[in-house]
Design a protein around this ligand. Sequence first.
Ligand SMILES: [Zn+2]
Length: 189
Amino acid sequence: MSDGIEIVEDLKIAVPDERIVPTLDPTKIVEVKATILGDDLKIFLRQETLVEIYEYSKTDVSHELGGVLIGTFHQWKGQIWIDIDGYIKAAHYVNTAASFKFTHDSFSAITREKERRFNDKPIVGWHHTHPGYGVFLSNYDRFIQDEFFDLPYHVALVVDPRANKFGFFQWKRGKIESCGFYFVRPKPQ
Ligand SMILES: [Zn+2]
């Protein structure tokens, strides 16, 4: 299925810039969600971005939906962290009640929208739904992660819009594993 599909931006990956992690940043308020281990990639998400993804996920609870997470990646004292601040719904996808596939056209449209709406910020992961069958990564999902989202800061977000459950997954020692994240918002002045 992956004939000729690649995310072209992989060719211009830069070293992440040094930036204070939001948990130590006095201008930010962060809220821990689920368990975060010391050596985890730290994932920061704005609540409004999650709401946007959730609302889209609920537009079809009989078929899987998906898209990509847009953001930036940074390092702080040797540890990489990502800031997810946008979402692009995939178009031209192929889906069923229990599968979701990006196509070459999905990625072309995502690239255009990313340039237009997000000043060409990097993709930091992907999202898809599991309507009514829980939060996990199937073998096929792991294949997608491996094929298209194989950088250390590429995460997966799975939403079950029927159960109102969701969860993140990240690379750890070459495997993709479930993980926690932080909600982040600016501290009111
Ligand atoms: Zn899946």
